[in-house]
Design a protein around this ligand. Structure first.
Ligand code: BYC
Length: 317
């Protein structure tokens, strides 16, 4: 295909994006658009699945049967989110095996937040409240992303995330109304999860390598800083309601901007964690590798069953 024809296709493609048309799997798309989506959607899928680990760690220690049932449902939902997202990414012409291999080889990233440990029951509250809360803010905007299968998967995921956020906040409400020790445990969880939650939104806009092109293609609909600000504004009020203190001495309402100002985020910590040197990076990947290898017999059995069915239907035809 000549360069001229290609650039004409690119112009038409951008016109479709500007007209808010969804791009579907069989439509022509620039190779870089496809690669950007594979990168972001696979990182998103890996995050959902790796994110099951810190919470899964508390399933056997939930304080009541009721809490255990809720947490079990939530962790299962996260696995489901991973499946929708892997399937949506596969529509871009890449296999799930390739995506998982990239994760195991350390080529594909997953959200930095899941490299922090869940040390206490209050951490389960903080993860639901803050981590799922941050995820919803980001994902609501991704419901309008330009790639159809990604946008549609976000609609269902957001509904489920909203239940997740509420279950986490409800744990924090209960603890903050409990004994002195319980309230201290909730505050400690907020202290440890606040800054890593703000890092979930990625680097500041000026430092974000992919934002400009992704906003032009409407893969991203709001910038990293816009979404982070939305999350800060809503979370400060929620902390206030339950009498917990955001661990940021520089936090201040800015009447001119109509938003909260915050102190400096420690980007050196973020860089360390996404390069593989966070508190739990090695543990998370080792666990995924081990469980993936243990599940090989299930994948083999499914493939054998499918092959047998295909053979039978060919014989019958
Ligand atoms: N962690 O140019 P930028 C959940 C990387 S799971 C790690 O701004 P982009 C849940 C970025 O990949 C929900 N890496 O990138 C599950 C890039 O590196 P590469 C998770 C990060 O893509 C279980 C570089 O930094 N949600 O809710 O334009 C239990 C430069 O960044 C991070 C999603 O995945 C990070 N936080 O924007 C509970 C949302 N931030 O690839 C809860 C989908 C940046 O060039 N993803 N990087 O090597 C997005 O919306 C966007 O990809 C981001 C980053 C806003 C995260």
């Amino acid at each position: 295909m000549s360069e001229e024809v290609k650039s004409e296709q690119e112009v038409l493609f951008q016109k479709r994006i500007d007209a808010e048309e969804k791009i579907e799997p069989k439509d022509w798309m620039p190779e870089k658009y496809r690669q950007t989506l594979i990168r972001q959607m696979s990182q998103h899928a890996h995050s959902e699945v790796i994110g099951m680990q810190p919470e899964g760690n508390w399933l056997t220690r939930a304080p009541t049967l009721h809490r255990k049932c809720i947490l079990l449902a939530k962790v299962q939902d996260e696995g489901g989110h991973g499946l929708y997202l892997y399937s949506a990414a596969e529509t871009l012409g890449i296999s799930r095996d390739e995506l998982v291999k990239a994760l195991h080889d350390g080529v594909a990233k997953y959200a930095s937040i899941f490299n922090y440990p869940a040390l206490t029951w209050a951490d389960i509250g903080a993860i639901g409240w803050l981590v799922d809360g941050a995820a919803i803010v980001n994902q609501i905007s991704l419901q309008r992303t330009s790639y159809g299968p990604y946008a549609r998967s976000m609609v269902r995921i957001c509904k489920e995330e909203s239940f997740h956020q509420r279950q986490g906040y409800q744990i924090m409400v209960t603890l903050s109304q409990g004994s002195h020790e319980q309230k201290a445990m909730a505050q400690d969880a907020l202290d440890r999860f606040w800054w890593p939650s703000l890092m979930m939104f990625g680097p500041h806009d000026a430092e974000s390598a992919h934002s400009a092109q992704s906003m032009k293609w409407k893969i991203k609909r709001q910038s990293n800083d816009q979404l982070r600000q939305k999350f800060i504004d809503q979370s400060v009020k929620q902390a206030d309601v339950i009498g917990l203190k955001i661990p940021d001495p520089a936090l201040k309402w800015n009447a001119d901007r109509g938003h909260y100002d915050i102190g400096a985020i420690d980007w050196s910590e973020f860089a360390r964690v996404i390069k593989g040197d966070g508190p739990c990076n090695r543990q998370r990947l080792q666990h995924h590798n081990r469980v993936h290898a243990e599940g090989a017999w299930v994948r083999d059995a499914v493939a054998a069953y499918e092959a047998k069915h295909k053979q039978r239907s060919t014989r019958a035809a």
